[in-house]
Design a protein. Structure first.
Length: 299
């Protein structure tokens, strides 16, 4: 079973990013992991207050950023923050996050999701988007509070290898981060787009259910899941798979959605796959994005 031993919270110091910082600390406390916090910015685009009406120098920008980070930690934890490390870097944000994650051997990166801007940030925000696309560890996107311990996890899968890898992570999280008396329940959802529902070329519905059951059984054995984990399987037809996933998460009151990213090249995908990207952008609950490198490295 994969363990979470090091967590990196990336913050832009805004109030929405308070959720990411708080979630990282809570996950660390529950899992016994160390957690680290990073703020990165490009010097030219820094938005810190000016002193006496004069532009801040390089050194003063760094000092102002450190002061703002301390202020956030005080705001979130009321002076009781205990990150294993705190870092301010003047660098392109997504590259800084990626490098810092490697430096602290992070098993997880936690990021906040901000409100979409009309044109500039069509997805999650340029930094979060690039971290997800270029990272090699799972990324937790939090639009609000993360409820712990986890009670219910939704794992939408399309029967591909990346989806199977994400399902294994969902099972691990359910076992490690559930309540002390029982692991989190796992809802495994397979959504079939209505575009494939042709009368003259009918899909084998029974075969799909069988394949889903076999996939879940295979991943359960691989993850070492015992009989105490409640796993529910469901197959749905939908005009929009992303909307169906979001509705299912709402109705089931899932605490977390876990999805695999496919790792396609830039010209073959929009963000991280159209369905995963749409869910990550619109979900009103945390979404854990699992990169292909996680399961490929274990083959």
């Amino acid at each position: 079973m994969q363990r979470i031993q090091s967590i990196l919270a990336a913050t832009d110091l805004s109030e929405p990013s308070d959720h990411a910082v708080r979630a990282a600390a809570a996950l660390a406390e529950l899992s016994g992991a160390a957690w680290h916090i990073l703020h990165a910015f490009e010097f030219e685009s820094a938005q810190y207050p000016q002193l006496s009406g004069q532009p801040l120098t390089f050194q003063k920008q760094v000092a102002a950023a450190n002061a703002a980070l301390d202020e956030q930690l005080t705001r979130v934890f009321r002076g009781k923050a205990n990150p294993a490390s705190r870092e301010v870097m003047i660098y392109i944000a997504f590259k800084a996050i990626r490098e810092r994650a490697r430096a602290v051997d992070a098993d997880l990166i936690v990021l906040a999701r901000h409100r979409q801007r009309p044109v500039a940030d069509a997805f999650l925000g340029s930094t979060a988007d690039r971290v997800i696309r270029s990272g090699d560890v799972p990324c937790l996107i939090v639009p609000g509070p993360l409820k712990l311990p986890l009670r219910r996890i939704l794992a939408p899968i399309d029967l591909s290898e990346p989806a199977m890898g994400a399902l294994e992570v969902a099972m691990n999280w359910g076992a490690a981060l559930g309540a002390s008396e029982r692991p989190a329940d796992i809802d495994v959802l397979h959504v079939i787009p209505q575009v494939f529902n042709f009368a003259d070329v009918p899909l084998d519905a029974a075969g799909i259910h069988t394949q889903l059951a076999e996939t879940v059984a295979t991943v359960s054995r691989r993850a070492g899941v015992d009989a105490s984990v409640a796993i529910q399987q469901d197959v749905k037809w939908a005009e929009s798979p992303a909307d169906e996933i979001l509705n299912y998460a709402e109705e089931s009151r899932a605490d977390l959605i876990v999805m695999g990213t496919h790792g396609y090249g830039a010209f073959k995908r929009a963000l991280i796959g159209s369905v995963a990207g749409a869910v990550a952008r619109a979900a009103n609950r945390p979404v854990l994005m699992v990169p292909p490198s996680l399961w490929k490295n274990e083959e």
